[in-house]
Design a protein around this ligand. Structure first.
Ligand SMILES: *Cc1c(COP(=O)(O)O)cnc(C)c1O
Length: 580
């Protein structure tokens, strides 16, 4: 195996002239014997957020999966992502202060997937036939299982039968699919515990094909990486033994594996994290802070250690092309989208005029997207030349605190008016989440009653990748204020920083990989103090856009700290280093 890869990678890979991916560079140094087209890196995920390839996700977990595959393709890493293709996708509507939904049918053929064959799994005393479909993209492929009644992503209760059916289909069906297309996994990365059954399918195959059971366990453990995104184990839904009798045990061939799994139940209940920990010796968390504080225990009661591998983003996907060009021309990122050796010195060459010019180009792109999106009143918002844009764009869930800026509506209105700011709020409410549905209505009623807010606060329904990118590219400042300790990493803020926006954030998730003076930090001992801090930071950010020195200082400080964090190539290199 490769050993201390990142040490050697720091001897600049980009000094190798005639390669255009870091995988080739690694190969050239004979560091990689572990991966090949027939034995790829396999990545298992219940959620993929990659609408250009036909699959819409729910949030960060799926965006991360999509970005990981894109980076692998760019860097020519043999990589297969296995995920369900959901035949229906939910969309959010918002009108007359009511959160609504519609469901769109999607067909895989329309997105260029090819039908391979079918595989069978057993569920609820029936044989279920799943279509296996695939799409090859460079050195990577997306391999999906699907059937017409597969349902939607995260439909039904999280400990419910339908979820278990979907998870078992991905695991057992996906594992057969991999064999069907002639692949053997070099490594199995489990993107959260919903993919546990893939590792179980592998263990069962090894144990039922003559390998000693304990050897099969050791082998599976050594080649499985569990990537955790959650903080509290106790918050995870449980399944019952009875549910496993209907959906899981019938798919197992090995008696020893059945026995092993049965023994993991506690009072007839099981959490998938407990067994995922047992089956995966490699375990990672998604930021430094998260890896440190994630509170997980194995069945023996020992605290689980997670290796910190902070999420990154595929820079070309999320960044205005003019900005990518500038970052490369100035020698801030190299041809692999990794920070250059002297990136900090080169960041100092950025000037306020250039930052403004690039943001003006981003504003044109934002307005282009806004021209076919609507706000809470059904209008297409347009932002004129001089106005500033601030945004809050993320799933509308309580811990992310979309309501924090609205704590004192008069204060917010005053700031927006004095600095000529338009504030964009985007984030879907999960269908059936009445608490957050009501909270959104309450916020938008506050906005409706205040004439300044009514003119300047725009809620954009049906938040998706297009809006996420457009707002990152076009916003002057972005607000990210999770309750400290609850965000595992977050990636929206990375899109904002790389697009030269000002980040206003609490010190949490991946933001806390660097010190709290790397960005405009929101802090305080309670909600009121944090709201006060937020208003001050909003004024500071707005003022900076009219002051060259402040603008340069803030943007350069962010870039110097976060370019190495943000780089998705850095993330994939860290995974390769940890795994091989
Ligand atoms: C980037 C992005 C996310 C990630 O959100 P975080 O909460 O920051 O992890 C979610 N949804 C969409 C549509 C995105 O573009």
């Amino acid at each position: 195996m490769m050993g201390n890869l990142s040490d050697r990678l720091f001897h600049r890979l980009d000094s190798i002239e005639d390669v255009d991916s870091f995988y080739e560079a690694i190969d050239r140094k004979h560091l990689s014997q572990s991966l090949s087209p027939e034995r790829p890196y396999t990545y298992w995920t219940i959620e993929l957020y990659d609408k250009s390839n036909g699959i819409r996700g729910g949030g960060g977990l799926g965006v991360l999966a999509a970005d990981t595959r894109r980076v692998a393709e760019r860097q020519k890493v043999p990589f297969t992502l296995i995920t369900p293709f959901y035949p229906s996708e939910p969309h959010q509507t918002y009108s007359n202060f009511e959160n609504g939904a519609y469901h769109e049918k999607v067909s895989y053929a329309q997105y260029g997937f090819n039908f391979v064959d079918t595989v069978n799994i057993k569920a609820n005393n029936q044989i279920c036939t799943l279509d296996v479909i695939e799409k090859v993209l460079g050195s990577t492929r997306i391999l999906c299982i699907t059937e017409p009644n597969f349902g939607e992503l995260y439909s039904g209760a999280s400990g419910g039968d339908h979820r278990l059916y979907q998870e078992v289909s991905l695991g057992f069906g996906g594992y057969q699919a991999l064999k069907l297309v002639g692949l053997k996994p070099a490594i199995m990365q489990l993107n959260e515990v919903a993919t546990f059954f893939a590792a179980l399918a592998r263990l069962d195959e090894l144990a039922s094909n003559g390998m000693d059971f304990y050897e099969a366990v050791v082998y599976t453990r050594k080649h499985t990486l569990y990537t955790n995104h959650t903080l509290v184990q106790a918050a995870e839904a449980e399944f019952s033994y009875e549910q496993f009798e209907h959906y899981v045990f019938p798919n197992l061939k090995s008696k020893a594996v059945k026995k092993w799994l049965s023994d993991k139940f506690d009072n007839g209940r099981i959490r998938l994290s407990t067994v995922t920990i047992e089956i995966a010796e490699l375990r990672s968390g998604v930021s430094k802070l998260h890896a440190r504080v994630a509170n997980y225990h194995d069945l023996a009661g020992n605290k689980v250690k997670f290796k910190a591998i902070t999420n990154g983003i595929d820079i070309p996907t999320w960044t205005l092309p003019e900005i990518v060009d500038t970052l490369k021309e100035k020698g801030i990122i190299d041809k692999f989208d990794l920070p250059t050796e002297d990136f900090e010195t080169n960041i100092d060459k950025l000037e306020a005029d250039e930052i403004r010019r690039l943001k003006a180009a981003g504003r044109i792109e934002l307005n282009r997207v806004l021209s076919h999106r609507i706000d809470q009143y059904g209008n297409h918002p347009v932002v004129d030349g001089d106005a500033l844009v601030f945004d809050f764009k993320r799933r509308f869930v309580n811990y992310k605190r979309p309501d924090l800026p609205f704590k004192d509506p008069a204060r917010l209105a005053d700031i927006l008016e004095r600095y000529n700011i338009h504030y964009f709020l985007a984030g879907r409410v999960h269908e059936g989440d009445h608490v957050m549905g009501n909270k959104l209505r309450h916020l938008l009623e506050i906005v409706d009653r205040n004439p300044v807010l009514k003119q300047r606060v725009h809620y954009l329904p049906d938040y998706d990748e297009e809006l996420g990118r457009a707002l990152s590219v076009g916003s002057n400042a972005s607000i990210n204020t999770p309750i400290v300790g609850l965000e595992a990493c977050g990636t929206s803020w990375m899109k904002d920083v790389i697009n030269l926006g000002i980040l206003i954030s609490t010190h949490d998730g991946g933001v806390a990989d660097c010190s709290s003076d790397s960005y405009l930090c929101v802090s305080g001992k309670d909600n009121d103090e944090e709201a006060e801090s937020l208003y001050q930071r909003m004024e500071q950010a707005a003022y900076a856009w009219s002051n060259d020195f402040d603008l340069e200082t803030i943007v350069k400080t962010e870039l110097k700290n976060y370019v190495p964090v943000i780089s998705g190539s850095r993330m994939l290199r860290d995974y390769l280093d940890y795994l091989f």
